[in-house]
Design a protein around this ligand. Structure first.
Ligand SMILES: CC(C)(COP(=O)(O)OP(=O)(O)OC[C@H]1O[C@@H](n2cnc3c(N)ncnc32)[C@H](O)[C@@H]1OP(=O)(O)O)[C@@H](O)C(=O)NCCC(=O)NCCS
Length: 157
């Protein structure tokens, strides 16, 4: 069972790698413009960004938790009180409750900061997961800089 803790500086490279690898594996077919997929992966790829640059990117979000199993980062969630930016769980650990745990922690944190709702530009893959977590689709599928996304939201508090 994974444990959650706050993101720390030393998590920068493994967290970026988890995003790039998991996105490649599960989400890279969700595009209007294929270049957008590569841009997304490149934005996090530790071989294309210095650790300092990645850390700067991660610092843009106020809430950031990682899930750890046997000293390894196997999941993460980050965002600002009203908005989730990334939620990824390593494919080897899917359907084990880690995504739900990360989401509940995010929600609790957002509530503390007085957030009334949480928005997400969901990947197509994650729509059933977010539905289970109580999110609702707000519009149809959207083109977000060439990526297929599905806006969803959930009221909290
Ligand atoms: C979406 C994601 C984070 C879910 O993580 P997870 O750890 O597998 O989720 P959990 O095991 O906590 O699942 C919670 C519930 O959602 C359900 N669920 C999870 N993934 C699902 C899927 N793809 N389809 C249908 N139901 C799903 C589970 O069955 C579970 O239901 P239960 O509480 O009734 O048992 C993970 O699949 C992932 O990283 N996907 C790739 C990246 C991605 O698309 N991220 C979202 C970006 S917006």
């Amino acid at each position: 069972m994974s444990k959650l803790r706050k993101f720390q500086r030393r998590d920068t490279v493994p967290a970026a790698l988890l995003i790039a690898d998991t996105y490649t594996q599960f989400n890279s077919g969700e595009y209007f413009n294929k270049k957008a997929v590569q841009q997304y992966i490149d934005y996090y790829d530790p071989e294309k960004n210095s650790t300092t640059d990645l850390l700067e990117k991660f610092k843009k979000t106020q809430i950031f938790f990682v899930a750890i199993d046997r000293n390894k980062i196997i999941g993460l969630i980050r965002g600002n009180p009203g908005k989730i930016v990334n939620l990824f769980v390593d494919g080897k650990y899917h359907h084990n409750g880690t995504g739900k745990k990360l989401m509940e922690r995010f929600q609790a944190e957002a509530k503390k900061i007085n957030s009334k709702e949480i928005k997400i530009k969901s990947s197509l893959y994650a729509v059933p997961f977010y539905k289970k977590m109580g999110f609702k689709k707000t519009t149809g599928m959207r083109n977000f800089h060439g990526l297929k996304i599905w806006p969803m939201r959930k009221k909290v508090g």
